[in-house]
Write a protein that binds this ligand. Structure first.
Ligand SMILES: NC(=O)c1ccc[n+]([C@@H]2O[C@H](COP(=O)([O-])OP(=O)(O)OC[C@H]3O[C@@H](n4cnc5c(N)ncnc54)[C@H](O)[C@@H]3O)[C@@H](O)[C@H]2O)c1
Length: 323
């Protein structure tokens, strides 16, 4: 994939996924405009990008249409990653979630349409499925979200489709399944792998919400970036695609795997009450992404964890022994 001569804009560029996407697109030769209000993102995630003459960063908010209109001029592709990303926080503050994750997305679509952007790639989420029992999740199954975050993601997938059908703007929604990897924050509101890696480094026991049988299709960041690049290369306008590793693992097995890889098997597992809004099982059928954009994940969970831990060890110079 060659992005030379392409001008792309990434919303949420200072966040976990946005900053990795920024680096990948710069490496492919694109000119990248990154925007972020730094609500959850960090400028340090863009340290390398800032050294690249093909990168510009603009601090601003997707709720500000004029800010977007100025920057969307002559943009070929918009990768919309910015969001209010915490499910538990969305349960506490549904209005804030809706303002960013629905009204903000409408601004992005309206700016893209008015400024004749060629394509919008949207970061949706497996949370749209809610807790329906059928596994693996296929795109045409019922979607019954169980959190305000999931509702907002579902509404915006529908907006993406309508903006293609009604206005001809080429959109595609990628339903990411639990992404992990470099730059994911270790905070109470981030993914469990980043939190447990922090615990392992501090020699703390790992806390599991629920009885440990909850399962997830943890997907390595490099595969999510690959999916974004493929979604640009292949035309599948108006489509919604699951993006996952396609292999679930339960939380107890994941915790044990992380302890094994880091040779910290002496640390314990503590089981705590389940959290409201948390889904019990999540597992992606990725047949449609394979067919429409030729997506083939390159990392199983163990390979992804090892790659992530090696990155972390080098970056922060921590004492971590990786098998
Ligand atoms: N990480 C996952 O497992 C996962 C799974 C499914 C979907 N997603 C989606 O992928 C996208 C990226 O998620 P992430 O994990 O990188 O989260 P993140 O929180 O690290 O990144 C989101 C970024 O958006 C920025 N942002 C928030 N509100 C903004 C606003 N009003 N204006 C401008 N910028 C704003 C934040 O500062 C942050 O840098 C999100 O849309 C998220 O919903 C993530």
């Amino acid at each position: 994939m060659d992005f030379k001569g392409k001008r792309v804009l990434i919303t949420g560029a200072a966040g976990f996924i946005g900053s990795n996407l920024t680096d990948a697109l710069l490496e492919k030769g694109a000119e990248v405009i990154g925007i972020d209000n730094l609500f959850n993102g960090r400028v340090e995630n863009l340290e390398e990008a800032m050294q690249n003459k093909n990168f510009q960063f603009h601090k601003g908010d997707i709720r500000d249409l004029n800010f977007l209109l100025d920057l969307f001029k002559d943009i070929d592709i918009v990768y919309h990653q910015a969001a209010f990303t915490s499910v538990p926080q969305s349960v506490k503050m549904p209005e804030n979630c809706n303002n960013v994750n629905v009204n903000g997305v409408l601004n992005v679509l309206n700016a893209a349409r008015r400024m004749n952007v060629d394509k919008v790639v949207y970061a949706s989420s497996s949370s749209v499925y809610g807790d329906t029992p059928t596994l693996p999740k296929r795109e045409d199954m019922p979607r019954i979200p169980i959190s305000p975050y999931g509702v907002a993601k579902l509404a915006c997938e529908a907006y993406m489709q309508v903006y293609y059908q009604v206005y001809g703007l080429k959109t595609i929604s990628l339903r990411y399944f639990n992404v992990f990897g470099p730059r994911q924050r270790d905070s109470p509101y981030s993914g469990v792998i980043a939190i447990w890696l922090g615990n392992i480094i501090r020699n703390e026991d790992l806390v599991i919400f629920g009885d440990g049988t909850n399962s997830r299709d943890f997907t390595y960041i490099k595969d999510v970036i690959l999916a974004n690049l493929l979604a640009t290369e292949h035309d599948a306008p108006g489509e919604i695609l699951n993006i996952g590793a396609g292999s679930p693992i339960n939380l107890t097995d994941l915790a044990k795997l992380m302890l094994k890889i880091t040779k910290k098997e002496t640390l314990g597992l503590i089981y705590s009450d389940p959290r409201p809004g948390d889904i019990i099982h999540s597992y992606a059928d990725i047949t449609k992404a394979k067919q429409l954009i030729k997506f083939e994940p390159q990392f199983n969970q163990e390979a992804g964890l090892k790659d992530y831990f090696k990155w972390y060890k080098n970056k922060y110079n921590v004492d971590l022994d990786i098998v």
